[in-house]
Ligand binder design. Structure first.
Ligand SMILES: Cc1cc2nc3c(=O)[nH]c(=O)nc-3n(C[C@H](O)[C@H](O)[C@H](O)COP(=O)(O)OP(=O)(O)OC[C@H]3O[C@@H](n4cnc5c(N)ncnc54)[C@H](O)[C@@H]3O)c2cc1C
Length: 512
C-alpha cells in the first residue's frame, strides 16, 4: 500500500474568507487522502467583514470546487462585475472604465490597440476612446450583461467577468461545503501557540479554557493579527506605506438604489477614494483614506455624502498598513489572506491573492517534512505576485494630473519602483505593453488604466505604416460597430440577475 507522505493533521487558524477558502479547497483535494482538516475560529473576534469585489480568476477557484454558479450567486446575493469605473482619478471630473476581457483582435501580428492609437492620434473625435472597442466596457456603461458564449470567434467571447458578493455569505457558503467534506470547525479564541523546542515548528494552539489543538501543518488565516506567522514565528513585514500611504477605511452598507450596475465604482476623493459595490440585497460602500491627510470625522462625512441610498448602519472603521510578509511560509506554517499582506482594494486583488496562495500551496504541497526548496519557491512566487499587484495599484496614483490637494501632490511625487517606471516609459513612447513573469493583469488591463489615467503615447508601432490607412480604418470601424451592436443586444444586468435569483432586484421590490 502507498504511504501518503504528507502532513496528517492540518489546522487552519481563522475562519474569514481566507480560512474558509483554504478549508474548501483542501477538503476537495487532499481531504480525499484521509488527511484531517480542522478550522479554528472565534465568533467573538469575528472577521474583517469586507472584501466583496473580485476579479475574473475567482471563477477558476469556484470551478475547481465544482460550485454551481447560479447557486453560488443566490447564496451570496451576488452580482456580475465586468469592470471598474474610475471617477476623478486622472483628473477631477473625468472617468474611465477598466473592463475585463479583451478589445479587438491582433492583425498581421500587430496588437489591436496600435491601430486605434494611430487613428486616434490623427483624429481623436472620430475614433473615440479605447473603451469603445471593449464589449465589457460598452456593456458595463449600458448596464447590460450576458455570460460569454463558447464560440471563440464571437464578439461575446471577448468579455470576461467576475462577481460582487456578500463576504459573510460567501464564507458561510464555503463553510457548508467544507464541513460536508469532513472539515471540523472548532469555535474558540486562540490564546497560545506551542512550538517544538528545537525546530521552532508549531505543534499546536491552545484555546481560551485550555483546549489544545495539535497538528503537523498550520495555515495562518487570522487576518491582520497574523497570530502564527508573525506573532509567533516573527516572519517580519515589508512596509510599503511610503508608496501606498492609505491606512484606514470606513465601510457602510446602504439600501439598493437605481439599476444594478455590473461594475464596481471607485471614486477618487481629496485624500483617498470611495468604493461602491452593488449586491442583490444592498450596496457595499467604503472610503479608503490616509489619516495623515484627513480626520476620521471628515472621512465619514465624505462617505455618507456619497451614498446613493439610505445607510443601513453606522460606518465601521478598519485600520491597515500596505505591505507584505517578508516570508509567507516558514517551517510548517503558511500565511494566507490578510495575515500574508495587505494591498488596498482598488483593483480587488486580495481574494485573488488568497486563491493563488492556495493554488501554490497545493502545487508545492509539503511532504511530512517540508523541503526548504519548496518553501523558498512559494515565498519567491508570492512576493512577485504582491509586487505586481502593488505596481498596478500604484499606477493609479502616480499617473495622475491631479494636484488639487496636498494628498494628490504627494502621490505624484511617489518614488516609483523600477518595474513600474519601465512599463510606464515603454508605453509613453509608442504605446507598447508587455506582460512580465505571468503578470496577473493582462495587457488590456494595463492599457485601460494607462490610457484612462491620461498617459498619452508619443507615437505608435511603426510597422503599422506598412498597411494602407483605409485597411486600418476598416478594421477599427468593424470592431467598434460589432461591439456596439453586440452590447445593445445583451439583456439588462438586473434582468439577468433576477432570472437567476428568481425575484426582482431589491430597489424594484421596495417600490411595490
Ligand atoms: C477596507 C477593506 C476592503 C476590502 N475590499 C476587498 C475587495 O473588494 N476585494 C478583495 O478581494 N479584497 C478586499 N479586501 C480584503 C479582504 O477583505 C480579505 O482579503 C478577505 O476578507 C480575507 O480576510 P481574512 O480571512 O484573511 O481575515 P479576517 O476576515 O479578518 O478573518 C480572520 C479570522 O481569524 C480569526 N481569528 C483571529 N484571531 C483569532 C484568535 N486569537 N483565535 C481564533 N480565531 C482568531 C477571526 O475570528 C476570523 O475568523 C478588503 C479589505 C479591507 C480592509
Amino acid at each position: 500500500m502507498t504511504v501518503f507522505d504528507c502532513p496528517r493533521h492540518i489546522v487552519i487558524c481563522g475562519g474569514g474568507t481566507a480560512g474558509w477558502m483554504c478549508a474548501a479547497a483542501l477538503s476537495r483535494t487532499i481531504g480525499r487522502a484521509g488527511v484531517s482538516i480542522a478550522l479554528v475560529e472565534s465568533e467573538e473576534i469575528g472577521t474583517v467583514g469586507v472584501g466583496e469585489a473580485t476579479i475574473p480568476t475567482i471563477s477558476t477557484f469556484n470551478g475547481m470546487l465544482g460550485l454551481d454558479e447560479d447557486d453560488f450567486l443566490r447564496a451570496t446575493e451576488g452580482t456580475f462585475k465586468i469592470g471598474i469605473v474610475f471617477a476623478n482619478w486622472g483628473r477631477a471630473g473625468e472617468n474611465y472604465l477598466h473592463p475585463f476581457g479583451v478589445a479587438g483582435f491582433d492583425y498581421e501580428a500587430i496588437r489591436f490597440h496600435q491601430f486605434w492609437l494611430k487613428l486616434h492620434q490623427a483624429d481623436r473625435e472620430a475614433w473615440g476612446e479605447f473603451e469603445d472597442y471593449s464589449l465589457s466596457a460598452v456593456a458595463a456603461r449600458a448596464g447590460r450583461f450576458m455570460r460569454p458564449g463558447g464560440d471563440p470567434d464571437s464578439v461575446l467571447s471577448s468579455m470576461k467577468y467576475a462577481y460582487h458578493f456578500d463576504a459573510g455569505l460567501y464564507a458561510r457558503y464555503l463553510r457548508r461545503y467544507a464541513e460536508a467534506r469532513g472539515v471540523v470547525r472548532i469555535e474558540g479564541r486562540i490564546v497560545d501557540v506551542a512550538q517544538h523546542a528545537h525546530s521552532g515548528d508549531i505543534t499546536g494552539v491552545t484555546l481560551e479554557g485550555g483546549r489544545a489543538i495539535n497538528g503537523d501543518f498550520f495555515i495562518d488565516c487570522t487576518g491582520f493579527r497574523a497570530l502564527l506567522i508573525d506573532e509567533t514565528l516573527k516572519a517580519g513585514f515589508e512596509d510599503w506605506s511610503h508608496r501606498l500611504p492609505n491606512d484606514r477605511a470606513l465601510a457602510v452598507p446602504s439600501e439598493s438604489h437605481g439599476p444594478l450596475t455590473p461594475y464596481t465604482q471607485a471614486t477618487a476623493e481629496s485624500a483617498g477614494w470611495r468604493w461602491r459595490i452593488p449586491l442583490q440585497h444592498r450596496v457595499g460602500n467604503g472610503h479608503v483614506y490616509c489619516s495623515n491627510h484627513m480626520t476620521d470625522d471628515q472621512a465619514a462625512r465624505v462617505l455618507m455624502a456619497g451614498l446613493d441610498g439610505k445607510a443601513l448602519g453606522d460606518p465601521r472603521m478598519l485600520k491597515f498598513r500596505a505591505g507584505r510578509r517578508k516570508a509567507f511560509w516558514k517551517g510548517n506554517c503558511v500565511a494566507i489572506g490578510l495575515s500574508a499582506g495587505f494591498l488596498e482594494p482598488l483593483e480587488s486583488t486580495s481574494i485573488h491573492l488568497i486563491q493563488t496562495g492556495i493554488s501554490k500551496l497545493l502545487a508545492l504541497f509539503p511532504a511530512a517534512q517540508p523541503s526548504q526548496a519548496d518553501i523558498d519557491e512559494y515565498n519567491r512566487l508570492t512576493a512577485l505576485e504582491y509586487e505586481q499587484a502593488r505596481d498596478f495599484i500604484l499606477l493609479h496614483y502616480v499617473a495622475t494630473r491631479r494636484d488639487d490637494s496636498p494628498y494628490w501632490q504627494e502621490r505624484r511625487r511617489t518614488n516609483v519602483p523600477e518595474t513600474l517606471r519601465q512599463k510606464m516609459e515603454l508605453f509613453a513612447s509608442r504605446g507598447r505593453v508587455f506582460r512580465r513573469d505571468d503578470d496577473l493583469f493582462t495587457i488590456d488591463s494595463w492599457l485601460a488604466v494607462m490610457l484612462g489615467q491620461g498617459i498619452e503615447p508619443r507615437g505608435y508601432d511603426p510597422l503599422i505604416d506598412a498597411l494602407p490607412v483605409t485597411e486600418i480604418e476598416g478594421l477599427v470601424r468593424h470592431v467598434r460597430d460589432a461591439v456596439s451592436r453586440t452590447a445593445a443586444a445583451l439583456p439588462r444586468h438586473e434582468a439577468f440577475i433576477a432570472a437567476i435569483a428568481g425575484r426582482k432586484p431589491a430597489h424594484e421590490r421596495s417600490l411595490t
